[in-house]
Design a protein around this ligand. Sequence first.
Ligand SMILES: [Zn+2]
Length: 409
Amino acid sequence: MGFDLLLRDARLLDGSVVDIGVAEGRIAAIGPGLAAEADEVVDCGGRLVSPGFVETHIHLDKTCTIDRCACETQRFPHGAMERTSAIKPTFTVEDVTSRARRTLEKCISHGTTLMRTHAEVDPKVGLRGFEGVKALVDQYRWAIDIEICVMPQEGLLNNPGTDALMVAALKNGARVVGAAPSYDSDPAGQIRRVFELAREFDADIDMHVDSGSSAAHLDTRLVCELTEQYGWGGRVACGHLTKLSVMPLPELDEMAKRMADAGVALTVLPSTDLYLGGRDKDHRIERSVADANRLHRLGVTCSLSSNNILNAFTPLGDGQLIRQANLYANVTQHAMPADLRETWAFFTTQSARLMRRTDYGIAVGNPADLVLVDAPDPVAAIREVAPVLAGWKRGRRSFTRQPVVLHRP
Ligand SMILES: [Zn+2]
């Protein structure tokens, strides 16, 4: 049997060492010592081969703007939305595309092969952020599949013209409806309108909800209620939910079960949640990152993603999901092997589940979206922030990173 690509001595997540044969962009065979001809043979040397990474929540439209925004002058309020809003009239489609490209290429080079990016619309930026990101979808199909979530960052019901722009984007390729109800004069009204739009366009929902240090009120309760009412279970994700990090455990577990029952997923965004969390205090500051491991064990689909990179919301970042996982493990104090294996799923299988991809993973017949990690297993990879040495999208190599070489005397 002839393959286009053969990965020799690849270690899978279960620890087994196998060969992976790829033909016509799909995984054609998996097993030890495959005897076959192949156009390209890669010796993985017993290193981990994982399904390509999945970034479910990133903002490519406003990435790489930190040097253009006014500096942060106080802890609280941080004004990230306002400081970004002030420069949005200067965004052109070309400007958005060029900034988004810079971050997208970093994500690709760190192993991401599937992505859901937000693109915000409002009268200030019009559809330019959306169009600027959309231009990259076809250009980078050789390396990554990109899905666009259109969102009203500066309010929907209080911002005339925004609803029509949401509709325009949904008619022109946006597949997911986003939300940021805390920036709306009527948060519940925004959430209800987002569900109406989702039904009208048969779109999934991905919201920014419940950032804060008091869990007295949770918008997620309404989201769960509407998810059931609309029959949208499995199609709704809530990002941030930092309020979960300040809840007593019995209440937290009750909320987790509520989300699991309704089919509402959680996305943790450790870098942003840490950077913006607890700003109302100047000492004993909460960690502000929800415990995804705990929610996952109670049945919630959980994802871990980058969110903002190099902008007023998060002035730091590089699109490296393994590093984000390392940060998450430090913050949530989940660093034992079982925890880290579970965390690996938060940017692979669980994230693919959030995006409802049924052909994801290393199995015969699936697209060969694979990454070679310079570590023997996910535990070592997250603990040591292992580099990703190569990636393949539908069986074609999309990047290579040379392992470091020590030049001994
Ligand atoms: Zn976000």
